[in-house]
Design a protein around this ligand. Structure first.
Ligand code: NAD
Length: 505
């Protein structure tokens, strides 16, 4: 198998500040590796304080002119960017595969979902429109504008290195803000390529910067007085830290966090559709999706389908992205792999029935890959750690429920609220479910209900801290401030307008 690293990946990843790619002076670098082979792809710097300050200063300076750039010009930048992303989608996907291990189709999907947000950002003029009311009092009209905030920052996770940065900076910048992006240190190459294409699309210098690093770099941005808004996507403990620290520094924060997504299967569901959808939605991307299904609740007679679920799941296998037969890739790191294997061991100790065990998975020719095979547990109960915790691996838990009401209660007792789905042929059951479930994104006979960018990504409860969500109208509200003008013009001044040189008594 060809393991050549794309020539476009530099040995050392630069920072992008004020329209220039610069080498960091940091003496602390981290290795970015291919999770399937263990090969070193590049090294990324822990950006120094001085460099972080330069990034924020560049964004602050650029804001002064960018906020005045006409809205149609900002929209046209997004149109050019969307075109370039489409033209480079395959090349970007190869890089994304190298650093995440995702399958090629999955990588293209990661980019495509981001392109759709850029398309939405190109509609920014309509999205930013304010409101008007004429004659709120005699000769007085009232109207509102939406204006950008200033410098915004985005801190992104490893699992969607294209889509999630693209949830953030295109909408923020289309609104007239400038941006500092701190991508995941585990796969920062794709976000740099996104920034390269943004520059090629004509983004003025200083409008977007990319810095690298971990906690110290994030904390610098969270507390910097010139940063007005923080967008975060990642795990629950870090999301809580981001929300608390950012709001403590009086900033706007939207923090998207971890998940435990349930699929409810009613006995009247289309069995083939259930079997087709369960596997991809649980072990696709090695289970490293915030909207992955990690628990299936089998209601009543649907519990008789367990053997078929097991047989369907047993057919999928991990592999490298260049192998078209691979169903999913490796875990992102050896630490992530060991953590998942530890959960599998705990599930067995806690008394769940392990129907498929992916602990010893291997892929020929790739002994250093972070492999875990599809893993299925039945007879899982809510007290078990494999039920309670986000495993973020290719591990599916089956839970039994007697009635729909029991399934709803179980899910509403789980602290997370990112996504859920129900498979049923009954409109009444689906309606009850969509109405009563305390989860922000619901699929009906759709396994992973990620809303398209003209809606917003509306996770609830422990899966989200903040009030305005990502993309769609909510993103515009998040990245703008409303200014309301109350204007009075005196009728008597019309005479001055008609006869400016006359003295009127
Ligand atoms: P993570 O929380 O470890 O890292 C996310 C970002 O935070 C990275 O940029 C990282 O450098 C930074 N970071 C890490 N530790 C930090 C700390 N102590 N202080 C400040 N910053 C810190 O998350 P991850 O492992 O990269 O991503 C996986 C997680 O993201 C999962 O929990 C998944 O559910 C979640 N996720 C959620 C959504 C959603 O929309 N709700 C989407 C994708 C991923």
């Amino acid at each position: 198998m060809d393991k050549t690293i794309p020539a476009t990946i530099p040995e050392k990843l630069p920072l992008y500040i004020n329209g220039e790619w610069i080498q960091s002076r940091s003496d602390h670098w981290l290795d970015v590796t291919n999770p399937a082979s263990g090969e070193l792809l590049t090294r990324a710097p822990y950006t120094t304080v001085d460099e972080l300050q330069r990034a924020v200063d560049a964004a602050s300076a650029a804001f002064q002119s960018w906020r005045k750039t006409p809205v149609p010009s900002r929209a046209r930048l997004m149109l050019r960017y969307q075109q370039l992303l489409k033209e480079h989608q395959e090349e970007l996907a190869e890089i994304l595969c190298e650093e995440t291990g995702k399958t090629f189709e999955d990588a293209k999907g990661d980019i495509w979902r981001g392109i759709e947000v850029v398309e939405q950002a190109a509609n920014i003029a309509a999205l930013m429109m304010g409101e008007t009311v004429e004659n709120v009092a005699s000769s007085i009209d009232c109207y509102s504008y939406t204006q950008p905030l200033g410098v915004c920052t985005g801190i992104t996770p490893f699992n969607f290195p294209a889509m999630i940065p693209l949830w953030m900076f295109p909408m923020a910048i289309a609104c007239g803000n400038t941006f500092v992006l701190k991508p995941s240190e585990q796969d920062p190459i794709t976000p740099c390529k996104l920034a390269e294409l943004f520059a090629e699309a004509g983004a003025p210098k200083g409008v977007l910067q990319v810095v690298h690093g971990g906690k110290a770099q994030v904390d610098f941005l969270l507390t910097h007085p010139d940063i007005k808004a923080i967008s975060f996507v990642g795990s629950v403990p870090v999301g809580q830290h981001i929300y608390r620290t950012g709001t403590d520094h009086l900033k706007r924060v939207q923090a998207f966090a971890g998940a435990k997504n349930h699929m409810v299967v009613m006995p009247d569901a289309n069995k083939q559709a259930v079997l087709n959808n369960i596997v991809g939605s649980s072990v696709g991307a090695a289970g490293q999706r915030c909207m992955a299904i990690s628990v299936v609740v089998l209601v009543g007679e649907a519990q008789q389908w367990i053997a078929e679920i097991r047989d369907t799941m047993a057919k999928v296998r991990p592999g490298v992205w260049k192998d078209p037969k691979a169903d999913f890739g490796p875990l992102i790191s050896p630490a992530a792999r060991d953590r998942v294997k530890d959960y599998i061991a705990r599930g067995k100790q806690e008394g769940a029935s392990c129907l498929l065990d992916g602990t010893d998975a291997s892929v020929e020719g790739y002994p250093d890959g972070n492999w875990v095979g599809p893993t299925l547990f039945a007879d899982v109960t809510p007290e078990m750690s494999i039920y309670k915790d986000e495993i973020f691996g290719p591990v599916l838990c089956l839970v039994n429920a007697d009635r729909l009401e029991d399934a709803i209660r179980l899910i509403n007792d789980c602290p997370y609220g990112n996504g859920t789905s129900i498979f049923t042929a009954s409109g009444a059951a689906a309606r009850r479910y969509q109405h009563d479930i305390l989860v922000g994104q619901v699929g009906i006979n759709v396994p992973i209900p990620v809303p398209l960018p003209f809606f917003s990504f509306t996770g609830w409860r422990a899966s989200f801290y903040g009030d305005q969500h990502a993309y769609g109208k909510q993103a515009v509200r998040f990245y703008t401030e409303t200014k309301t003008v109350t204007a009075r013009w005196f009728d008597t001044d019309i005479e001055h307008a008609e006869h400016p040189n006359m003295t009127i008594h």
